[in-house]
Design a binder for this molecule. Structure first.
Ligand code: OFO
Length: 172
């Protein structure tokens, strides 16, 4: 059985992962309208991944005798300025998610819920990867400089491959 404290915290994480998926879907759609097909592909995949993170939590909560609650979500922005601004937002969001996961781990420890603590380790590793990937992308954007012309075209292609590569990595 899950304690009320753990159940509430896990349900908050369900909403946060769903909001991540929704936000990244909005970013994908915006990038597509900017002609950035590689970035759009990458963000569509990223949005799917966040939905998978949410589902994993939903299934775990119910398996442990709790009730996973599906809530209404905040409406994400419709445009994101420049690619650099968009990926900066993405990194900030991932840092926020990491903080939330760390907080959950702490609650699980305080409640002596070792099963949940063990379950959350997957999210701890995932957050290391997600933050590193967002930082890598920002480094690439900084290398382009003014975000105009050929550099942006190459960046778009590069990100598409990065998405494909990270999807392969995750099956290993
Ligand atoms: Fe679910 O890892 Fe990103 O937010």
């Amino acid at each position: 059985m899950l304690s009320d404290k753990i159940l509430n915290a896990l349900n908050k994480q369900v909403t946060l992962e769903a909001e991540s998926s929704q936000t990244y879907l909005a970013m994908a759609s915006w990038a597509e309208t900017q002609g950035m097909e590689g970035v759009a592909d990458f963000m569509y995949k990223h949005s799917d991944e966040e939905r998978a993170h949410m589902l994993k939590l939903v299934r775990y909560i119910n398996e442990r005798g709790g009730h996973a609650i599906i809530c209404a979500l905040r409406t994400p922005s419709t445009s994101f300025g420049t690619m650099k601004q968009m990926f900066k937002l993405l990194l900030e969001h991932e840092v926020l998610v990491s903080r939330s996961i760390n907080n959950l781990v702490e609650i699980a420890l305080n409640e002596k819920d070792h099963a949940t603590h063990n379950f959350l380790q997957w999210y701890v590793s995932e957050q290391i990867e997600e933050e590193a990937l967002a930082r890598l992308i920002l480094d690439k954007i900084n290398l382009i400089g003014d975000e105009k012309g050929g550099g942006l075209y190459l960046f778009d292609n590069d990100i598409r491959n990065l998405g494909a590569k990270s999807a392969v990595d995750k099956t290993l």
